[in-house]
Design a protein around this ligand. Structure first.
Ligand SMILES: O=P(O)(O)OC[C@@H](O)[C@H]1O[C@@H](OP(=O)(O)O)[C@@H](O)[C@@H](O)[C@@H]1O
Ligand SMILES: [Mg+2]
Ligand SMILES: [Zn+2]
Length: 202
């Protein structure tokens, strides 16, 4: 299958912050994995809008960060597209719903990038490859070093390390499963996205 480019269905403003560095005048950038971080995940994939269920506290966390000047972008593998489990319109409906829920709380979601490919397509965007993170960095005109990338799977952590992001693991989604095996040195661990927002907004 010809490798399609990673899909992006959103635009956002160009700001960033290197986690741990002095806070520059520019806004702060946080990158999130989707399934298992923002919404519940399933080994059967998230195949419909009805199956897209926000993790408690996640929508509020994104809204709180956004209102505090953080740019919150998303990088998500969506091999279910290549597998034919759902189509792009369904994926877009999930992301429209995410935006709607965050907007209802006065926040906004930044760029959402997805990898539509399957594991055997040899694309550059499927995590653990860092292509989507690089796409987000290009979009916002920023470096990635030290930027927190929050995921629930080992592939998320490895993608972060590939571009010198700060790997951050949440225990939601597949996080506990990921935590049961050795993690990359320096990985930060939080219960959930709400706890990350609490930390970043201290
Ligand atoms: O966590 P993000 O990247 O947002 O999305 C993960 C999903 O695309 C799906 O990724 C699949 O992995 P494979 O793509 O089949 O290896 C499985 O892990 C599913 O359970 C999961 O829902
Ligand atoms: Mg995930
Ligand atoms: Zn891809």
């Amino acid at each position: 299958m010809a490798a399609r480019q990673a899909g992006q269905t959103d635009v956002e403003s160009p700001f960033s912050i290197r986690a741990g560095a002095p806070l520059p005048a520019l806004q702060k950038l946080l990158i999130l994995d989707r399934d298992g971080v923002i919404n519940e995940d399933s080994d059967a994939y998230i195949k419909s809008l009805a199956e897209w269920i926000p993790i408690p506290g996640a929508i509020d966390a994104i809204a709180r960060l956004s209102k505090a000047g953080w740019t919150v972008a998303v990088a998500t593998n969506q091999s279910g597209l290549a597998r034919g489990y759902y189509d792009l319109a369904t994926l877009d409906a999930m992301h429209a719903r995410l935006r709607e829920l965050v907007a209802e709380q006065g926040g906004e979601v930044g760029l959402i990038v997805h990898c539509p490919h399957g594991p055997d397509d040899g694309c550059a965007c499927r995590k653990p490859k860092p292509g989507m993170l690089e796409q987000i960095a290009t979009h916002y005109g920023t470096e990635l070093a030290g930027v927190w990338f929050v995921g629930d799977s080992r592939g998320d952590l490895d993608a972060a390390l590939a571009v010198h992001c700060q790997p951050v693991l949440v225990k939601t989604g597949k996080g506990e499963r990921t935590l049961s095996k050795p993690l990359p040195a320096g990985t930060l661990i939080f219960d959930d996205l709400a706890a990350i927002a609490d930390q970043l907004l201290l």
